[in-house]
Ligand binder design. Structure first.
Ligand code: SF4
Length: 491
């Protein structure tokens, strides 16, 4: 019965939806629903408002995935990477026909379409084309299954959804002219200053919400339904107003359409804290986007665990970082009812005894931000961790049977490529040797993000930005000597 709090269709909630909450493609993940939209729906349900959550992303993926494999890892890395990449590639090939050639960049190495590295008009042109295509007809059919809502919410987690999100707003307005469209999500929060400064962001979205927004969302849906003044945190683009939304991380998320996700070990998301307890990594945007660190209550987490246990699923914790003591509490709370995963950081707490205990209580995967063992880069990014600690955590996790996803990054500013490559290969061979087959090394190239502290570092000169992209192009400006002292680059 506890899990009832997490499933759509609670007693007394039904009928005409006050808001359609949409998750546009394309996110390469099919094992389970996203947490943010489910939290908004849960908050609305608790306030007696009926919100329908349409995960267009999973429907898009489902139509194209021929099979669903379950990996040894639980969490974000539990996916059929090759199949999802093929789906993304096919979409990007279509989208490139509607966009100019990719911009030449100094440092950015990711796909320009996926990172939305185009001007306003170029992105909007692609969105118009998408809305007019067979995909637009598909979106129209999905939305037309519902009566006209008082408002539409679009959740945008990353840049790869931007063209789809704009097209969704265009289609929603085609079906229901003048229906207000509200945009929010992590990507919108990352662009908050730019949105506040430029009305062009508002050509297809009526209002924007920045940050976690359960309370503001409920008030906004109620205001739209009653035709009264919106909460002041629902801002218009270009009005020079950045108000962070009011949040409530202690509501029980409400999931909708669970049968659309992978049937085998459907993975439900949960959160035991918001923000990052460390918060010092200068390449990372999470502290800026998520706000100050605070812990959350056990009861909503418990409801998600109960539901996951009922459906034979797993739980993936979406906290930026769960510190050792909190992993211990979580582990006791879960008590082996489900398999689960979490993100943490190298720490002596991750020893043989503690890792064996969390494994016994269901922990199957920990994601670790190891990043690099290039000493100068560690100091530059503010994340100094020892090789010895890494090796001992790897050994103990392997013996305990806890899988590790080891995140690494190369290409930091002022980093010697050959040294970075050597250190990366050393991590890989250590994982191959000690990791016992349950560990995976994930490699990314450093990209400069708008909200990362490094974006305003005097050692880095930003050379280009794009309105809908969170990435910045850059070049090295001043070489750091120790902490906070820089020299100009000569020649
Ligand atoms: S990289 Fe991880 S530990 Fe570092 S600030 Fe970001 S979330 Fe926190």
């Amino acid at each position: 019965m506890v899990a009832e709090a997490c499933i759509e269709g609670k007693p007394g909630v039904g009928g005409h939806a006050a808001c359609l909450l949409l998750v546009p493609p394309l996110i390469k993940y099919a094992a389970g629903p996203l947490l943010g939209p489910a939290m908004l729906k849960g908050a609305a349900a608790a306030a007696g408002l009926h919100v329908r959550l349409i995960d267009m992303n999973i429907r898009y993926l489902r139509d194209r995935l021929t099979q669903s494999n379950v990996s040894d890892l639980v969490g974000d890395h539990d996916r059929d990477t090759a199949a999802l990449r093929r789906i993304e590639e096919a979409w990007l090939a279509e989208a490139r026909d509607w966009l100019p050639s990719a911009p030449q960049t100094e440092r950015v190495r990711v796909d320009a379409c996926s990172a939305a590295m185009y001007e306003f008009e170029e992105i909007e042109h692609a969105a118009q084309k998408l809305a007019a295509s067979v995909h637009g007809s598909w979106m129209e059919r999905l939305l037309s299954e519902h009566a006209r809502p008082s408002c539409v919410g679009v959740s945008i987690m990353f840049s790869g959804q931007v063209i789809w999100a704009l097209a969704t707003a265009i289609v929603a307005n085609r079906i229901w002219p003048s229906v207000p469209v509200l945009a929010g999500g992590a990507h919108i929060t990352a662009l908050k200053d730019e949105i506040a400064a430029d009305s062009r962001y508002g050509r297809h979205f009526d209002r924007f919400v920045f940050g976690y927004a359960e309370t503001t969302f409920v008030d906004a849906v109620r205001s739209y339904s009653r035709g009264v003044v919106l909460p002041e945190e629902c801002v218009k683009a270009g009005e020079r107003c950045v108000r962070i939304a009011r949040s409530d991380g202690n509501v029980a998320p409400e999931f909708e359409g669970l049968d659309h996700y992978r049937r085998e070990r459907t993975t439900l998301p949960a959160q035991f804290s918001r923000g990052c307890a460390y918060g010092k990594c200068r390449f990372c945007t999470y502290p800026a986007v998520e706000g100050a660190y605070h812990t959350l209550e056990e009861s909503p987490v418990n409801a998600v665990i109960d539901l996951a246990a009922e459906i034979g699923g797993a739980v993936s914790f979406k906290d930026s970082l769960i510190v050792g003591k909190r992993l211990e509490s979580l582990s006791r709370l879960i008590a082996g009812r489900v398999q689960w995963s979490a993100c943490t950081k190298l720490h002596p707490w991750l020893n043989a005894e503690n890792l064996a205990a969390i494994r016994q209580n269901g922990c199957r995967t920990l994601e670790l931000g190891v990043e690099t063992f290039v000493g100068a880069s560690q100091r530059f990014i503010g994340k100094v961790q020892t090789r010895e600690l890494f090796e001992s955590v790897l050994t103990d996790a392997s013996q305990a049977g806890v899988g590790l996803v080891v995140n690494t990054i190369t290409g930091f500013p002022f980093e010697a490529p050959d040294e970075a490559e050597r250190e990366y290969e050393a991590i890989r061979s250590l994982v191959d040797r000690v990791g016992g087959g349950r560990c995976k090394v994930e490699h990314n190239r450093f990209e400069l993000e708008r909200r990362a502290p490094l974006a305003t570092d005097r050692g880095i000169r930003v050379t280009r930005s794009w309105p809908w992209s969170s990435l910045l192009d850059w070049e090295e400006a001043e070489r750091p000597i120790g902490r906070g002292v820089s020299l100009p680059i000569l020649g």
